[in-house]
Design a protein around this ligand. Structure first.
Ligand code: ADP
Ligand code: MG
Length: 319
């Protein structure tokens, strides 16, 4: 949609340049970016599709926010510094009010993290936003999935299970004030970028929790060639969650619910104190939920110390 496309880009997506490492932003055939000498370039892309990654009819500002948030969360998990983004926007129709709101949500987060939108593409089709995020990390400083070692401690940031319950709240069209913090966790996930940056040199492995703790920790264990033991009573649960559902249901949400975008990371025992003070410096609470084992597989212990079963709905691809 060429004529419309230029109108949309100029009106809603072209902003005054604010980063001095952008030599050429929106407006030419490609952007020109200056990578500081010696730094490694970090690239991630994530697409969000209406009806798949967010409910049809979600507020446009939430959709714009989410498209960038999921990528910032990947950067957090890598300990990478976000700098630049491109946005491929696929729109079913030319709803300018929707685009304006979407841009507002996107830029609210971009500005908070100093990310500059340097290009993109606009096409017609089923509603999809695809953001590519670019940034930097010092050589060999990136946090990866593969560094967990037997004996390492397993931590997660914030609280778990809120977003999955929040999505249920939104789908029920529940407008209880008590349920709003949960819905907000789904609508506006807070990427843990500062925590990721502070964990460089301390965490042995890290991942962000997009698909649920069991699934995402599973990726770390697989990449690292190790196993783990978790205690359900160590899982950090918000008051909003435990006031709304039983402890048992909250544990299931925390273990298998997606969309929290918290970090799960491992730390050698000698670095536990460092991890706690770095998290404090990043302004983020963390909880120790288990230990890395040499034996493969994920063992989950109930409050009585006995093996704890995941309900159907969750899946455990180890045991
Ligand atoms: P081309 O046809 O050469 O790919 P486009 O007409 O698609 O160019 O885009 C023109 C300029 O607008 C480019 O700089 C492109 O990066 C930018 N752009 C297009 N769509 C978007 C978007 N949704 N967000 C940000 N920039 C965009
Ligand atoms: Mg194009």
């Amino acid at each position: 949609m060429p004529a419309l496309e230029f109108g949309i880009i100029d009106r809603y997506f072209r902003r005054r340049a604010h980063r001095d490492d952008v030599r050429l932003g929106i407006g030419d055939d490609a952007a020109l970016l200056s990578v500081p000498p010696g730094m490694e370039l970090v690239a991630a892309v994530d697409s969000i599709v209406s009806g798949v990654h967010f409910p049809h009819g979600s507020p446009a500002a939430d959709v714009g926010y989410r498209a960038l948030a999921v990528n910032l969360s990947d950067f957090a998990a890598m300990g990478a510094e976000p700098r630049w983004a491109t946005l491929a926007l696929t729109l079913p129709c030319a709803d300018l009010a929707w685009v304006e709101e979407c841009a507002r949500g996107f830029f609210s987060l971009a500005e908070a993290y100093g990310v500059e939108l340097v290009g993109g593409d606009t096409t017609r089709g089923p509603l999809t936003l695809s953001v590519q995020l670019l940034g930097t990390v010092p050589p060999r400083a990136a946090l990866r999935r593969e560094g967990a070692r037997p004996g390492d401690l397993i931590f997660v940031s914030g609280s778990l299970g809120d977003a999955a319950e929040g999505l249920a709240v939104l789908q029920e069209r529940n407008t209880d004030a008590a349920a709003k913090p949960l819905a907000d966790r789904f609508r506006r996930p807070e990427p843990r970028v500062a925590l990721g940056l502070h964990l460089r040199g301390v965490a042995s492995a890290a991942i962000d929790i997009s698909d649920g703790l069991v699934a995402d920790l599973g990726h770390v264990l697989e990449a690292s060639g190790v196993g783990a033991t978790l205690s359900v009573d160590a899982l950090p649960l918000s008051a909003a969650l435990t006031q709304r559902i039983s402890l048992e249901s909250a544990w299931q949400r925390a273990l298998t619910g997606g969309d929290d975008y918290e970090l799960c990371f491992t730390v050698p025992p000698a670095a536990e104190g460092a991890a706690r003070s770095r998290a404090q410096a990043a302004g983020c609470s963390i909880a120790r939920i288990g230990t890395v084992d040499a034996a493969s597989g994920l063992r989950i212990r109930g409050p009585d110390g006995l093996p704890y079963a995941l309900s159907s709905g969750g899946f455990n691809h180890f045991n």
